[in-house]
Write a protein that binds this ligand. Structure first.
Ligand code: FES
Length: 117
């Protein structure tokens, strides 16, 4: 099965843009890991919803178009994230679809790892 590639750009608080590629079915956490994106502490719990280090901020348009809304577990974790916005989600819970090709997501300046506090 040849999975389609989609292009994802991570935008740091500094404005630096990091272009990556992911495959349909990957999570945004997979994209960070597979592309070796240098985001300190990102994805600390490896997608098990026990940290909030994979916090990403979406545009309103994309946020509203995401097929899966956040579960209560995700919302609980998001509550602990720094710089929480109305359009925040946890990257490990966002699964790539072809529709997300060209996606731009903002990486918050600070990462809060619950496991170390
Ligand atoms: Fe920990 Fe997403 S990687 S909640």
């Amino acid at each position: 099965l040849n999975k389609k590639e989609v292009e994802i750009t991570f935008v740091r608080a500094s404005g630096e843009r990091i272009k990556t590629k992911g495959k349909v079915g990957d999570s945004l956490l997979d994209v960070v890991v597979n592309n070796d994106v240098d985001l300190d502490g990102f994805g600390a719990c490896e997608g098990t919803l026990t940290c909030s280090t994979c916090h990403l901020i979406f545009s309103k348009k994309v946020f509203d178009s995401l097929p899966e809304k956040a579960t209560d577990e995700e919302l609980d974790m998001l509550d602990l994230a720094y710089e929480l916005k109305d359009t925040s989600r946890l990257g490990c819970q966002i699964i790539l679809s072809e529709k997300l090709d060209g996606l731009e997501v903002k990486v918050p300046a600070t990462i809060n790892d619950q496991r170390s506090s």
